[in-house]
Design a protein around this ligand. Sequence first.
Ligand SMILES: Cc1cc2nc3c(=O)[nH]c(=O)nc-3n(C[C@H](O)[C@H](O)[C@H](O)COP(=O)(O)OP(=O)(O)OC[C@H]3O[C@@H](n4cnc5c(N)ncnc54)[C@H](O)[C@@H]3O)c2cc1C
Length: 343
Amino acid sequence: MKNVDYIIVGDGYAAFFFAHQLILNGKSLVLFSAEKKGASQVSAGIVNPLVLKKFTTFWLAAEQIEFLTKTVAEIETYTGENYLIHEKIHRIFHDENEMKLWSMKTETEELKPFLNPTFETLDTIKNPFGTGEVNHSARLDVNGFFKDISTYLEEHEMLVREKFDYNKVTDSTYENITFKNIVFCEGMGVRDNPFFTDIQVIANKGHHATVRLYEKMNHQYTLKKKHFLFPLNDDLHYYGGTYDPNERENEIDEFKTEELKDGLAAFYPHDFEVVEVNYGFRPTVKDRRPIIGNLPDHQNYYIYNGLGARGILNGCYFSKELYEHIENGKPLMPEVDLKRFNK
Ligand SMILES: Cc1cc2nc3c(=O)[nH]c(=O)nc-3n(C[C@H](O)[C@H](O)[C@H](O)COP(=O)(O)OP(=O)(O)OC[C@H]3O[C@@H](n4cnc5c(N)ncnc54)[C@H](O)[C@@H]3O)c2cc1C
């Protein structure tokens, strides 16, 4: 028999950031990975304190960015890498009104820290109204993050590379493992979870493309017009992701590939080639807040889901809230508590 403090089911941002809290606090764990690319592995990795449609910010944005910076530094102590890439987002303005709106918002207390008041005009791309830089924006090296933490978990015998079979769990035992707590972090896979049957997550499918650009850009920014564009390596770039709330098919939608091509062509007036298209399903919630809680009849069975379009910031920040709740009895914030759905 193997005895652990925690079983974690899933291998996305929710699972890995929670695993980090356990490692940090010296708790033993086993994490189950179905070895399929979930939303996290196909995500862009953008860390952004703004809603770039309306130039507004969101609940806990500054606190979340600060906490993420602290967390990646902690992870660096055992993987040897810091996965935050400090390439700022440049929002390409559609027209003069957007420039004016941005300028106006730089005057407000709430947005001043995030909106750089000085505009830039970039070469190689179409940006007749210039671009605005988002302060405190960055991106995560998604591949490095998942690859290195998986390796760390594997080397320390904390990773099980198989799908968690719900039929094999009884109270606090799973096959030859006994656990104190189990945390389910399956993203949209929660639909197969027989314990949390009424979790109100809605799939929002997103496609992205890996593109080869034939005209090199002389800056290292993350560009945003309809979608995000940023460099991967050599001449390859990431472009995406789309928002496809009504799509459920487990396949690439050709219309979305076209949407990506059109979106890129709208500001990159040179030849490019789509090398690969991928998609994932964001676990979103109507009130745009994560879902954290446990079962009334199995109090050591927890859910950590609903990270929405901000898997990195939400996943990182609320992993600590969940940890403190389980280990130290800290009450959950009502905004993220599973119980809010019982009202
Ligand atoms: C195209 C796209 C771009 C995005 N870009 C960004 C971005 O730039 N920044 C950002 O912050 N967010 C982004 N997101 C959103 C982000 O990806 C999600 O919020 C996040 O991935 C959700 O994480 P999760 O861990 O809850 O779920 P997931 O990432 O879906 O992870 C759940 C994992 O659990 C596994 N699993 C399920 N059931 C089992 C089982 N029984 N046994 C074992 N494993 C199981 C699944 O295989 C899956 O890999 C993007 C999403 C998409 C689709």
